[in-house]
Ligand binder design. Structure first.
Ligand code: GLN
Length: 494
């Protein structure tokens, strides 16, 4: 077995047993990336020297017997909207093309404190706006299962890197599905934590009330281990909360799902869902049943408001968050402006891509006098209704099972041609962001074309332990997460 094929926890066990070193792990992942990334485009930057420096520091601490964390010595890929001190952080935008943060995001500080090794910045949709990575200023990420397809988005670089063994494990961010949907499309396991479980300090903001840093691993245990390292209250993010740390051993040893009640909201399976996807998710329900869970169908009609509510709130917040990019404070500045107004206009016209511009305009529209009540206020009211619908569901069920996305990965180019279809593709994931709930995506099969399909588990607030345990039990009973893309694409596939 090659080093890069190890899971993050297998790697850390080998490092702590002295069979491997952290710098050797960085080398392995760097060489793998060198070999494949010309085709896949998972990374925007991979600074090998910096990663080796961090790996050597971690290795010293491991050698000195310091008790670190379950990820001591493990290289972790970091999505490029998470600030890394002294290392370019672009948000896949021309606007921040040369931005070098003077500080680390809290999640990066926590990786370092845990002896993990930030290693490479992954490609994404510009400002995390998109579902395919095609809005990236650095070109789209290709799906390791078939390079004619997208890897999903916006954390497509992180998910594809883990799927292609270009990363042992990765951080992504999820505002409306950006950890779960690419995880589903690439057949890896992705966790979006409860709102407030992880600090957003140093995460470049898109829609602050919806987003969280999430974890992407080769299996549920890896995703859990990374979550245990990054979660917890941070005084620099007033929306972060302290919660009981998750217990990895307990997740690992959950024998079955006896006594668990799982609800399947029928409305998540409406017309727009591909029959192959519905079939695989319902087959996953049977596996959960065979593990002792009691599975029941119920109705959650508010799903039909999910996409409009999400896009109104996300665009409103984006228009405010992105107003800081004016050519003065950060990043790109257009040359030749003769006045302040001209500087703003030409910087933003040239610095932002199409999708970011569209969302800034939509956001300004829904917040403007005369439309605020009709759109933004209504969206907030619907958000409250959606949260209470989940509250009612969780009176009856421990967690919910749904598809992650209505289809498998789109072909490259398909999403940009039909943006409405792309937005509708977020229907299953945005619900958890709107309600601030934890949710994960786990591999549950493949389409006839051989493209991965994921199932989503949504839990009660701060029930990460519960959904990760269920996902681990599912993975002990199935082998979808163990299947690997062959990556033998012919030239015609590229
Ligand atoms: N696809 C969604 C969007 O375009 C979600 C993105 C995200 O979670 N960052 O907004």
């Amino acid at each position: 077995m090659e080093i890069y094929e190890l899971t993050a926890l297998e790697l850390s066990a080998k490092i702590s047993a002295g069979e491997l070193t952290s710098p050797e792990a960085v080398d392995a992942i760097y060489n793998r990336t060198e070999a494949l990334d010309g085709r896949l485009n998972c990374y925007i930057d991979f600074d090998k020297e910096k990663a080796l420096e961090a790996a050597e520091a971690a290795q010293k601490r491991i050698n000195s017997g310091e008790a670190l964390s379950p990820l001591a010595g493990v290289p972790v890929a970091v999505k490029d909207n998470i600030c890394t001190k002294g290392q370019r952080t672009t948000c896949a935008s021309k606007m921040l093309g040369n931005f070098i943060p003077p500080y680390n995001a809290t999640v990066v500080e926590r990786l370092l404190a845990a002896g993990a090794v930030p290693c490479g910045k992954t490609n994404m949709d510009e400002f995390a706006m998109g579902s395919t990575t095609e809005t990236s200023a650095f070109g789209a990420v290709k799906n390791p299962w078939n390079a004619q397809f997208t890897a999903g988005g916006s954390s497509g670089g992180s998910a594809a890197a883990v799927a292609a063994d270009e990363a042992f494990i990765a951080l992504g961010t999820d505002t409306g599905g950006s950890v779960r949907q690419p995880s589903s499309f690439c057949s890896v396991t992705g966790l979006k934590p409860t709102y407030g479980a992880v600090s957003r300090y140093g995460l470049i903001a898109y829609a602050s009330s919806l987003e969280q840093v999430g974890t992407i691993g080769k299996n549920a245990l890896d995703a859990a281990a990374l979550f245990s390292v990054i979660s917890g209250r941070d005084k620099r993010d007033s929306t972060s909360l302290s919660s009981a740390p998750i217990d990895l051993e307990a997740i690992k040893s959950t024998p079955d799902l006896k006594g668990k009640r799982i609800g399947i909201p029928a409305d998540f399976f409406d017309d727009g869902i591909d029959s192959e996807v519905a079939e695989r998710v319902l087959a996953a329900a049977e596996v959960l049943k065979s593990l002792g869970a009691c599975v029941e169908h119920f109705s959650m009609p508010l799903v039909k408001y999910a996409v409009p509510v999400y896009y109104v709130i996300a665009c409103a917040e984006a228009s405010s968050n992105l107003s800081r990019y004016d050519g003065v404070k950060y990043g790109f500045r257009a040359d030749g402006a003769k006045s302040m107004d001209e500087l703003y206009v030409s910087t933003r016209s040239r610095g932002f891509g199409q999708e970011a511009k569209k969302r800034i305009m939509l956001g300004n529209f829904v917040l403007s006098g005369g439309y605020y009540d009709a759109y933004y206020k209504k969206a907030l009211a619907a958000k409250a209704l959606i949260s209470s619908a989940f509250g009612e569901a969780f009176d009856k069920y421990d967690f919910l099972l749904t598809p992650v996305a209505p289809s498998t990965a789109l072909r490259l180019g398909q999403g940009l041609q039909n943006p409405l279809q792309m937005y509708l593709g977020d229907v299953c994931t945005v619900m958890a962001n709107i309600a601030g709930l934890p949710a994960l995506s786990m591999p549950c099969g493949f389409s006839k074309q051989g493209m991965p399909i994921g199932a989503q588990l949504i839990g009660k607030a701060f029930a990460e332990q519960e959904i990760l345990s269920a996902a681990n039990a599912f993975q002990r009973a199935t082998d979808y997460h163990l299947q690997k893309p062959s990556m033998n694409w012919g030239c015609a596939d590229e």
